[in-house]
Structures are given as C-alpha cells and as structure tokens.
Design a protein around this ligand. Sequence first.
Ligand code: DGL
Length: 271
Amino acid sequence: MILVFDSGLGGLTVFAGIAPLRPSADYVYVADDAVFPYGRLEEPVLIARVRSIMEAMIAQARPDIVVIACNTASTLVLPDLRARWPEIPFVGTVPAVKPAALHSKSHMISVLATPGTVARDYTRDLIRDYAAHCDVALVGSRRLAPIAEAFMHGQSVDDAEIAREIAPCFLESDGKRTDHVVLACTHYPLLLSHFERLAPWPVAFVDPAPAIARRVDHVLCERGFAPADHKAAPRLGAAVFTSGREAEGPLVRLLQERSLAQQSAPTILSP
Ligand code: DGL
C-alpha cells in the first residue's frame, strides 16, 4: 500500500510518476483540501496538521510507504513524521536544486515555490550545499498553487497573471540568463504548458517527480517488495479529500484516468 499525500491535487504529478513503476500496488491519494493552500500556514500549524492527517490515514490505510508529495510540507515535517513512525519509510519532495545546479550552463537558476518553501531553512541549506557556484533566485508565489488547483477543476486561468507570477524567475546579468527553473511545488507541473508558452525565453523547468518515483521504487525493493509486474492491470486506488466535498466535473475524469475513485475521509480530518 502506497500512501501519497499533498495539500491538494499537486501530488498527482508525483503519483503519475510512481504509478507506472508500481502499476499493481494499492494506492491511497490524500488531498488536504480542507486546509489548502499550505504555503500560507505558520510552521507549527502545518506540522500539527500533517501529523493529525497521518495519525488518521496511517491507522486506516496501514501503508508500507508514505510519499509526502508536497514541498511545503516535506521541507518542514519529515523529521517529526520519521520520529513518530520509525517503522514506515517516508519519501519527501524537496526542491530539485542539486540537478538544476549541476546542469545549468549559465549558473543562473531559479527556485519557484510557495512562500512557505522559500522561507524554509531546509531550502536555504540545499542552495548552500549544492548551488554555491550559482546565482539562485528564490521566487515565492502565493497565487500559482491556487491557479493550478482551479485549472484542474476545469476553471479558466489568466495567462497574464501566470506570466506575472513566473516573471521574477527570469533574470539576465553580464550577458548570461537563467537557464533552469526548479518547480519546487508539486502543483506547478500541472501548469507546465502555460509556463513554457509564457516564459520570456526557453529554460529547463525541473520537475522532480521522476526522481521521486525512482526513489519510492528503490525503497520498496530494499524493503523486500518484489519488483513491479509491468504486465499487471492497475488496481483501482482511493482518493480522499479532507474537505469531504464530492469531486465533480473534470476532476472526476482526472481521477478516473489515474485509476482513482473518491472515498470518504475519516471524519477526524474535517477542519
Ligand atoms: N503542492 C504543495 C507543494 O509542493 C503546496 C501547495 C500549497 O498548498 O500551498 O509545495
């Protein structure tokens, strides 16, 4: 059983990377849409909230592994979760600063994230440890995660607003310019086609989902779970929304395409 968790639908970008590597696994996808967006929460509030969701969901689903498919949470809550459940492996999602710094030719990279992730010591330590040779722009956006969420619910989104939010990622200096933008919020790959169309020049947008998926697969192999049977038909997984709102419109199709069916949330999770 693989439990994938995010504040909303962004974690589906990570789920989409894992599912093909482990097609016959049982999945529970948990979206804490009752409290979304996490990017604005004070750190102690976020730690307590994720802990209470995990208490309820781990008791109910008994997962073999938990994927925290949210940078805003992972950059803060992983030590607390690992201390509380030492027997369960937690795989987090943290800004892909290392590969971006490694592959950048101009040594100008940007990290696009929620205000929470931008403010974390964890993020600053990653930059110090892996990108000291680069100019790194840390760009916090309040709007992009809610815009991505609206887009996945089939609402129209405003190109001009998206262009405004990503503009600070694009910098020029001494004839060089930004060549890598780290998508450090799992919601952002949902808007990738918008970013590519609206970018002032082409850059590599770094989505960490494939690397996280490989890590999940590796940890499961290490723990003795047989390598995936790629011929097995995908099983129907569960999608849990803490708001209790019933999925409707395009979201229903989106879940169906990912072999997920909505299941009601444990009542303890309502805000
Ligand atoms: N998807 C989440 C992340 O990766 C955050 C979105 C939010 O709730 O603010 O950071």
